[in-house]
Write a protein that binds this ligand. Structure first.
Ligand SMILES: O=P(O)(O)OC[C@H]1O[C@H](O)[C@H](O)[C@@H](O)[C@@H]1O
Length: 295
């Protein structure tokens, strides 16, 4: 039963919950187990407040933390081992089906909420595997998001996935990302060329990159807002960093033309060679803890 820390709210077509703890607040939609707001006490929002986001059944929400699963991004760009899991003649939607599936609330305990997406008998439509998902949201001084995949079936299953987080920034042109220096990345906005990061990452154009062998901690340093968003990941060695910039933003009907300026996606991931292989009975947890700290 819900405790006083949890309340139900409706956002247009979607059923959602509000979690409160010591002045901090998180909003999560049942569709997709999708966190779409994180407001620490007495601070600016950590999640990008996209006033054009739509809350419709069957449509992804363009902000917060979409759950990309059991493949990431454009299906055809996934490793063969991930693609082989799908059995369907229908076009595969970007980022898989978990982000628009209806999850079940399975536990509420003070400042922790758990949601699950249980594989039906025979698996999901077009993806016939018995892999259950559990999402744990814990709100203390940080927001801790943990996504566990549990293979209950008898075949080995390979997935790619991401917690596709949209963060609020003062202006993406003025922030920097710490923690990537010296890493190889795939520049998907430049023909999937492999490149090497030198120094802090800053933004001057459309950015769509997959960083490889990423460390557990990354920081968005936002001097104008005098804050650092610290991301501490687990179970992930790849990170996707995305900003659509001017032209791609205009093509989205759920983003203002200048919306790209106030957002930055840093996506805790398991993609490409970091895809997750789940033997029968095995579980894997990918998570991120999000902290709002002074610069
Ligand atoms: O529009 P969506 O399906 O939500 O995807 C939004 C973005 O997600 C990721 O960051 C990908 O790397 C981008 O290429 C993609 O454009």
């Amino acid at each position: 039963m819900p405790t006083p820390h949890l309340e139900t709210v409706k956002m247009d077509e979607l059923d959602c919950w509000r979690i409160r703890h010591n002045g901090a607040e998180v909003l999560v939609a049942q569709q997709g187990a999708h966190v779409f707001s994180y407001q620490p006490a007495d601070a600016k929002p950590v999640i990008w407040p996209n006033d054009k986001a739509v809350f419709k059944q069957g449509k992804g929400i363009r902000t917060g933390v979409p759950v990309c699963w059991p493949w990431f991004g454009v299906f055809e760009r996934n490793p063969q081992s991930v693609k082989a899991m799908r059995q369907s003649d229908q076009p595969a939607g970007a980022h898989g089906f978990a982000r628009t599936a209806i999850w079940t609330l399975v536990g509420v305990q003070d400042n922790r909420v758990e949601l699950a997406l249980i594989a039906p008998a025979g698996g999901f439509p077009g993806w016939p595997h018995q892999v259950d998902l559990n999402m744990s949201l814990l709100l203390d001084e940080q927001l801790h998001i943990r996504l566990t995949s549990h293979n209950r079936g008898t075949d080995t299953v390979t997935i790619s996935q991401a917690l596709h987080s949209y963060f609020a920034v003062s202006d993406v042109r003025n922030v920097q990302v710490e923690g990537l220096d010296g890493l190889d990345y795939i520049d998907t906005a430049d023909g999937w060329a492999t490149k090497k990061q030198s120094g802090l990452l800053h933004f001057t154009a459309e950015t769509d990159r997959i960083y490889l062998d990423t460390p557990a901690q990354l920081n968005i340093v936002d001097k104008d807002w005098q804050r650092r968003i610290q991301l501490t990941s687990e179970g992930s060695k790849s990170t996707v960093i995305w900003n659509p910039w001017t032209e791609r933003a205009k093509a989205f009907d759920d983003m203002a033309d200048d919306g790209w300026q106030g957002m930055l996606c840093i996506e805790t991931a398991n993609v490409l060679d970091d895809a997750v292989v789940l033997a029968p009975g095995a579980s894997h947890t990918m998570g991120v803890s999000i902290a709002n700290l002074p610069v």
